[in-house]
Design a binder for this molecule. Sequence first.
Ligand code: SDX
Length: 430
Amino acid sequence: MSSSTSTISVDGKSVELPVKEGTIGPSVVDISKLYGQTGMFTYDPGFTSTAATESKITYIDGDKGILLYRGYPIDQLAEHGDFLETCYLLLYGELPTAAQKADFDYRVTRHTMVHDQMNRFFTGFRRDAHPMAIMVACVGALSAFYHDSTDISDPHQRMIASMRMIAKMPTLAAMAYKYSIGQPFVYPQNDLDYTSNFLKMCFAVPAEEYKVNPVLSRALDRIFILHADHEQNASTSTVRLAGSSGANPFACIAAGIACLWGPAHGGANEAALKMLEEIGTPDRIPEYIAKAKDKNDPFRLMGFGHRVYKNYDPRARIMQKTTHEVLNELGIKDDPLLDVAVELEQIALKDEYFVEKKLYPNIDFYSGITLKAMGFPTSMFTVLFALARTVGWIAQWSEMIEDPSQRIGRPRQLYTGSPERDYVTVAQRG
Ligand code: SDX
């Protein structure tokens, strides 16, 4: 990585800072010595211009709508690969050989069951508990069961913990769904592939044979690929920051799930579907477009806009194609929600406000329609996002832990509170 310098002037004093260049994408000005040399901090609350780390995992070009996992374009991975192959790529940096893939699939499959005492956790939840609340609780609780894989200084334990989380997320997600509908948990069936196993755990019932629909399984597997990683987004940054203190990997992933839940982030797929249902019919779209543009109205078009993409989210295009594939397979000829979504997208993409602010559909805009058609309730949408993103969080967490220069993350602030003042007794207060 070649480097040059950038000079800034602070209070008339010139300070030279190293510039680091990446393989592709923006270079960075290394400001780590700025405070020591100037007594000043930089200020960037939303991290709009801040690189918090160096990484080799995922690259996004927001202007061109490009997304690469370890250099491979997302559309090629979604077209040709499967989710566990993408997991291997994100974790180890290279596409697996046939033997490596078979071994990885086997290792993940051997960890799909959860400790049977986890079942008792569920009886403590209300049946109408949001499944994301259950996932935050249960994933965090995994560290209470797996003391043999919480020593983050041991690469072998890190690997086992990683396998366990990738393998157990579908099982816990399916349990959260089954619990919410009062049906018995379905154990994993290890002769099924990863995503087929998940569909069976969600939709099989003891009373009859369940046959996985291969078209739906392939579509969901592709949806998992699309959601697997996305550079330093809010939940990934949460996992990295939690991990920088040395917290165990299960606790770090639970923190990532909590952050993903927010409607501005992974919760947008649930919010987007609720928005489409609220709009209801295409004739009401102008009313909602006006609300989205009204500065005094907090309403936003959920599933639209992105901090990085100022072009079409490449995942949204693949998502839209998958939506049509799933609806066709299920014989859903005209889905009113899809009609509203397609019409809303066409209107928004021509509207001055959205064009000027470069607001395009993101991955969450179409995913809800697809997942609803597959039979998942809206409350499960972000759980599926978390299931898929777990491998990205783990890959990013591992990269941080393995970085020899890694230190605890500890941002500073611009203090605008009260200057020092003396205590006043209650008798002296007004
Ligand atoms: C994900 O970071 C990632 O990579 C996330 C993610 C991943 O894979 O990890 O891609 C997944 O979280 C996708 C985003 C899902 N969220 C939504 O769909 C929620 C709706 N979108 C927004 O809330 C918003 O666009 C964000 C949160 C996604 C991005 O917020 P930013 O970058 O902070 O942008 P902003 O809120 O400052 O908006 C810029 C302008 C504002 O207007 P002005 O103040 O400049 O006048 O655009 C407007 C906003 O009002 N705007 C919208 C809008 N999104 C932004 N106006 C209407 N509808 C919207 N959806």
